[in-house]
Design a protein around this ligand. Sequence first.
Ligand code: GLA
Length: 704
Amino acid sequence: MPIVASSQTTSQTQQNAPLRWILETSDTAYVVGVNRLGQVVLCYWGQKLPHHDDYPTPPDLGEYASFNGAGQRNPEEYPTHSDLKYIEPCLKATFSDGVRDVRLAYQRAILVVEEETLVIVMQDEHYPLKVFLFYRVHAQTNIIERYVEVQNASDTPITLERLFSAQWHLPMSQQYVLTHFTGRWNDEWHLHRDMLTQGVKVLDSRRITSSHHHNPSFLVGEPNTTETQGNCWFGLLEWSGNWKLTAEVTDFDSTRLSMGLNDWDFAHRLAPDTRYVSPSVFIGYTKDGYTSASHALHDMLRARLPHPDIARKVLYNSWEVTLFSVDEASQMRLAEVASALGVELFVMDDGWFKARNSDSAGLGDWTPDPIKFPNGLQPLIQHINALGMDFGLWLEPEMVNPDSDLYRAHPDWILHFPTRKPTLARNQLILNMARTDVQDYLIAHIDALLSENNISFIKWDMNRNATEAGWQTDGEPREVWVRYVEGLYRVWGTLRERHPHVIWQSCSGGGGRADMGILNYADQIWLSDNTEPTRRLPMQKAFPMIYPANTMEAWVTDMGESWLPLAFRFHVSMTGLLGIGANIIQWNDDQRKLAQAHISTYKAIRHIIQFGDVYRLQNAYDGAYSGVQYLTKAKDEGVLFVFRTHIPQPTYPYRLRLRGLLPHVQYRVEGFGTKTGAGWMNTDCVFDLENFESKLIRITLMGD
Ligand code: GLA
């Protein structure tokens, strides 16, 4: 039983025995309680301790002068905008009489034992507004899930103006380093480590997707936290739309983080007798550094994927070779070459549907172009299946070109303000996914496509962000940001239910929609349109800080082909989900043989990469040397990749130590010999690499 109430769960706090709930996972504990002021506060978040009495009681600080009330000073679990509290709140609301603050008091708690969930119920002092704080313990993966439900039991509406999922507090008076990711189209996944200082650091998206620019995830360490040791608190949000993270260091040197729906241009009208449930955040703690945080996240995320246990296939995608010039004959020819290389899944990208000869027409009309595919998609699919491969297709369901039958029939279906000219980006506009008629249209059309054709894989793309996010509704138009994502989830979820075998890829002009929410629908993510391998190396180091390698698509394309050996390009892609997007027709026999060999090696090791644990090894020369190691969960098989990009002379060899091995058993490391795990982990492997050289090295357990 991972949740323990250390005094009775009653509707009232008791004088001498403060209410406290201890949520324990395999290695960690999260303890919340109610202090004498009736505030629900954090008592402890860290390593699991031997006895329940070891955990602190609820903190109970008073006001500080006349300027900062107790609310400001105590680590409240769900602070609201009210009283002498000037920290970032989780909830801000306006009642129908114009009152604009919320005062919540603890009411009761419910333990839902079979769901390993604690629910703390809070009630506004005056209005029939209730807030339910949910804590679900994922004991095995050391993760705690938090979300809230807000309930309006009155007969007048309440307008929610901020609704975060949770707030967390780190131990007082310490310094913290926030690890987060930034980017832009074609240049995603820059890893940043920023010291948190007094004030508020905000990361967010206002674009209707989670965005290329920041990722809804965080890792917070202390200045001395490393890959292998030190405190690390981490989390991510299960949401694919506008989101916000605030990391605040107060004037009292307390550090708090909160995360949830973005309150920018946000309002939610909570009608009488209705409730609203926020997205979940999943958080964890480890004392063992960043690698251990990644492993916890990977275990949790992998188990929740739509197809958790299926090894991902090696795919070919023709986009970078053909762009919009696809047709039956040329796709068949590419498929023949791909199949001879060992490719298992052939994906036809953009350009296959009616009038789609450039990016200026066709989006919205999801029927095969009659000139390029006079007999529909069947002949191509049959040919691909006969070659022993699955067939996949590109779609961009949320979009429409003004030059399309769909837009001509339903110009009002797009996000727009009636008096403003809609802004075109890549010649396209965004369908308002908040509308049920739009959702129903997409469900019907894509369902038909999937029912009539043997399609095993869909690349779901989204190539622009929202502007003029107007919604002509009788309700609150600013709900569109959230309703859009709910509509997207409804469409995707319905299609997934009807076609459970289909594997989906999330792409948004590269990595614009890489988040935990989308991984309930998509099994894999396109990180970036930038496939240049030396740029991919740091990106593919950053992405798996949070997301597991079996969601990380990595293709060998023609980018970098003039100066990077084909083996290097393959090795970079083999550290994730190997795919090919190069012009394989032009490859000579030697290149094809090399590709065949790498694909066949990948098939032999993919279980280690896709289902094992990743270890980021030390970088040297500012990352010009890098190494990544994967090890099965059983620690009986591993693979090591090492890379050297460009280092001017003179250089020294690359030295690294393996990690994660069982100390007392023997492992053979290809090219280096046999030693115990302890031996490999405490002595250097030395690599003399040339510029742009790489190596793939197998690690095999030999026994005692
Ligand atoms: C986006 C994707 C690419 C490709 C094109 C097609 O840019 O990221 O991989 O699918 O769209 O238009």
